[in-house]
Write a protein that binds this ligand. Structure first.
Ligand code: PMV
Length: 317
C-alpha cells in the first residue's frame, strides 16, 4: 500500500487561463505544453489501516488540505477509507510560477492510485490529475502534450503529441523571484471573464493551437517562438485587465523580455514565455543552449537558472 512517483512540471506554449467549471477544473480552452526535466516532484504515498489521520509532510496547511481532498477522490474510486501518509519533495522553488502544482498533483495522482492498487489508464490518471490542478493533467503523458478541453469531466484530459526525444529543445528558466506569488493561478483565473480582452483571446486560441502544431511538425523554432510569445503576452494582458488586475511580472521580468528581443536581433533564436509568476522561461534549440546561457550569465549574473530538456510524463519509481 505504498508507492513513489516522480512527475515533471510543464511549460505551456499555449496557456490555460480560465475555467468553464471551477469544481471540475474544465478549461475554457485547449492548451499545449512541454514537460520539464529539471523541475520534478517526487511523492510517496502510503495507505495504512493503522494511521489515525492523513499526514502530509513538506507542505503548508492550505496545500495539505488540497492534497487530502485529492486523496479523497482516489479513495472514493478505490472504495476505501484508509488514511495515508504523503511525503513530497520538489526539485525547484515552489509557488514562483514554476508549475509546482502541476508536477505535485501529477505525482500525487500516480503514487496514490498505485498505492491503492488502482490500475488506471493514462487517460484516467490525466483526468484525476486535472481535478487536483488543471495543468497537472498535462504532466501525466510524455514529452510534448495537448490538453484537449473537452466538455465534460471524462473527455477533458491530456495526451502526448510527441515523445520527449522528438525535438531537443531547452527551457532555461530564469528565477527572478523564488518567493510565494501573491495570487495563485486558481484564484487568478477565477476572474478571467472580467477582462474585456478575454473573448478575443478565446476566439484566437484555436488558430494558435494549429500554429504550434505546425511548428512542432516542422521543428521550426521561429514559428513556435513567435506564436508562444504571442500567447504568453496575450494571457498576461488578460490577467492585467481583469478586475482586480493581476501583474505577475516584476521589473526583472520586463528587462529579460527586452534582452530576448535584443539577442534575437543579433541572430540568436531564443524566445520567452511566462506562467502565472515573474520567472521567465527561455525556449531555444539544444544547439543554442550554450550561447543563450552565456548571454544570460553576462546580463543577469545574479539569477538562478534551471535548465530543462523535454521530459517523460509522471511515472512510478
Ligand atoms: O493549473 P494551474 O492552476 O497550475 O494553472 C496554470 C496556469 C498557467 O501556468 C498560467 C498556464 C498553463 O497552462 O500552465
Amino acid at each position: 500500500m505504498k508507492a513513489t512517483a516522480v512527475a515533471p512540471a510543464n511549460i505551456a506554449f499555449i496557456k490555460y487561463w480560465g475555467k468553464v467549471d471551477d469544481a471540475l477544473r474544465l478549461p475554457l480552452n485547449s492548451s499545449i505544453s512541454m514537460n520539464l526535466s529539471g523541475c520534478t516532484t517526487t511523492t510517496t504515498v502510503e495507505f495504512s489501516p493503522s494511521y489515525q489521520e492523513d499526514s502530509v509532510l513538506g507542505l503548508q496547511k492550505e496545500e495539505a488540505d488540497r492534497v487530502i481532498g485529492h486523496l479523497d477522490r482516489l479513495r472514493a474510486k478505490a472504495q476505501t477509507t484508509r488514511l495515508a501518509k504523503v511525503v513530497t519533495k520538489n526539485s525547484f522553488p515552489k509557488g514562483a510560477g514554476v508549475a509546482s502544482s502541476a508536477s505535485g498533483f501529477a505525482a500525487l495522482t500516480v503514487a496514490a492510485s498505485a498505492a491503492l492498487g488502482l490500475s488506471l489508464s493514462e487517460k484516467e490518471l490525466s483526468i484525476f490529475a486535472r481535478l487536483g490542478s488543471g495543468s497537472a493533467c498535462r504532466s501525466v503523458p510524455d514529452g510534448f502534450v495537448e490538453w484537449v478541453k473537452g466538455n465534460d469531466s471524462q473527455n477533458s484530459y491530456a495526451r502526448s503529441l510527441y515523445h520527449e526525444d522528438y525535438w531537443d529543445l531547452r527551457d532555461i528558466i530564469l528565477v527572478t523571484s523564488a518567493g510565494q506569488k501573491k495570487t495563485g493561478s486558481t484564484e487568478g483565473m477565477d476572474k478571467v471573464r472580467t477582462s474585456s480582452f478575454f473573448g478575443k483571446r478565446l476566439r484566437d486560441i484555436p488558430d494558435r493551437i494549429k500554429e504550434v502544431k505546425r511548428a512542432l511538425v516542422k521543428k521550426d523554432i521561429e514559428r513556435l517562438g513567435v506564436v508562444m510569445e504571442e500567447d504568453c503576452i496575450n494571457m498576461h494582458a488578460v490577467a492585467m485587465t481583469q478586475k482586480p488586475p493581476i501583474f505577475y511580472w516584476n521589473g526583472l521580468t520586463m528587462e529579460i523580455i527586452r534582452s530576448v528581443y535584443e539577442w534575437r536581433a543579433e541572430g540568436l533564436p531564443v524566445y520567452f514565455t511566462i506562467d502565472a509568476g515573474p520567472n521567465v522561461h527561455l525556449i531555444c534549440e539544444a544547439k543554442d543552449e550554450q550561447a543563450v546561457v552565456a548571454k544570460v550569465r553576462q546580463a543577469f549574473s545574479e539569477l538562478t537558472l534551471i535548465i530543462n530538456r523535454p521530459e517523460r510524463g509522471a511515472r512510478i519509481v
